[in-house]
Ligand binder design. Sequence first.
Ligand SMILES: [Zn+2]
Length: 303
Amino acid sequence: MPLQAGEIASEPARERAAGRPLWRRAQRDPKFRPMAGLGDLDTFIGRHRRLFVLTGAGCSAPSGIPDYRDADGQWKRAQPIDYQAFMQDEATRRRYWARGLAGWRRFRAAAPNAAHHALARLEAAGKTELLLTQNVDRLHQAAGSAQVIDLHGRLDAVRCMGCEARTPRADLQDDLARLNPGWLALEAREAPDGDADLDGADFSTFVVPPCRRCGGVLKPDVVFFGESVPRERVERAYAHLDAADAMLVVGSSLMVYSGYRFVERAAASAKPIAAVNLGRTRADALIALKVEAPCEAALAFLL
Ligand SMILES: [Zn+2]
């Protein structure tokens, strides 16, 4: 009984589990323990009627979208661009869009992985009150999830900071490519959020077009570091959390307060919280059940 611990799956659940490859491996190999919480996760999901699901970068990593943080919650690379620098400094904007021009194509080509599909399946089964994602890649929607709030916005849209017009990022990509033909050929290493490294490049010649309507500054429709999530969006998500009876965190270290506050609120109203994450999270003390496993493997039983 290598997977038994605490409040474990009922007999039918265990029978269902018997057909799953990870369980079979675990049963064959007593030293194979990384999935030791899976039966508990199955039970947790089965026990709660309406789940408030919060996802983060760990969910998109298998789709080739890199994570900002490592398993200890530390920055893997230089901290990403911040809001004040972007708004106040034209050189920063040139650099951002030059890197974005190179990174966007791969970002756009990313496809949902098994974790996205598993969560879409959970919603289709009527188990999800809301999927709140910190990711800006729209891969949950691509996998079929409908009840989604993009907490930090979406990278496939551009917002004018002057007139608030929203336009497709693909249109701006065309403009950037047309205005900067020499930059298209540059190969760049992929970075989070459609960004890319262009070490040593001279960005002063990179041309960034203004808003066609008002001449204002164009910004990706995502929440940058140092920028607040719109209040209305937070309130809408809170309302769903209040209507849920439990919370499931998938692939987030919860280091950013904009996501962590939902765990705080769930804990304050005594809603049980489960998490799937490799490495520690800021909310480890508040989490009742934690599965330290890759998201795809941990949720595979839902598929
Ligand atoms: Zn405008």
